[in-house]
Design a protein around this ligand. Sequence first.
Ligand code: C2E
Ligand code: MG
Ligand code: MG
Ligand code: MG
Length: 292
Amino acid sequence: DARRAGHHRVAIHTEESAARRLARQTQERALRKAIETNTLALHFQPKVDLQTGAVIGAEALVRWHLEGTGDIPPAQFIPLAEECGLIHRIGEITLEKAFAALAAWMETDLPPVPVSVNVSAVQLDGRLLAAKLRDLLRASTVPPELVEIEVTETAFAHDMEGAIAELQAVRAMGVRIALDDFGTGYATLSLLQRLPIDTLKIDRSFVSDMIDSRSSEEIVRMVVALARALGKDLVAEGVETVEQSRRLVELGCEAGQGWLYARAMPVDALMAFIERNRGTVLGRAQPNTPQA
Ligand code: C2E
Ligand code: MG
Ligand code: MG
Ligand code: MG
């Protein structure tokens, strides 16, 4: 009967959450181990000039390959790391690896381009970001203008004044700041005006819909106008097709990243990619390396 069915559902629900709790604990333990054994890797996705295909920057994206399980996407383990506090260590590791990559790069004859590192809202709350960046800049020959951090609008949801202060400290060192996934969060226009950011990144959802959806295209047009009005640079995320790339350029967005150009790849592959694409134009660039 209904009461028994209801009771049954509750029992299943409890069991499910116990199972989920266990899975989370297991994953947290595995993540802790990955950190201790230095198995988290940093891959880099090129940012390109949409018209020429020239590499103008790279975004660092953390990668976790769990032996026996496979690749675990950051969208899954970053939220877990934020909940259990491991995000602070992951944040340090990604910054350290990005600096190491930039330093290695500066040893080559390739023109260095800025590398951006994603930073979680939790890291801003801890107020340790500026201090960590200051240490890294002191200890290396990497100039601050080659370093960029990416934050999302959620970074300002909890302690807006604190987050702004922390970012101002970061920016005062000469490190650039990009607002990631723009348009999907809660940033109001007045907040946007106050944020110490250099770049707006148009979220992939608008880019992927803009060819078929008039409203997405209008949103892209509006973000382009907004970036111009506020004097911000603009980067489109998730450019997958030639049509999207062309339309973005027509609308006034000249920089982008996406699978049309390249997926994230290890630093060696990135340097080879830059070498191969030197002086080539879009359409004549060498095939992408098949790296995820
Ligand atoms: P994000 O910062 O917006 O990064 C862009 C995501 O879109 C990346 O996914 C990238 O691989 C993917 N992507 C790039 N081009 C395309 C495309 O053309 N099509 C499609 N469908 N996807 C594309 P990824 O690496 O799985 O990262 C997901 C999110 O996880 C990131 O979104 C970022 O919020 C977070 N994340 C990644 N690495 C880090 C990190 O080192 N630290 C922190 N705190 N968060 C990170
Ligand atoms: Mg990002
Ligand atoms: Mg993004
Ligand atoms: Mg995104």
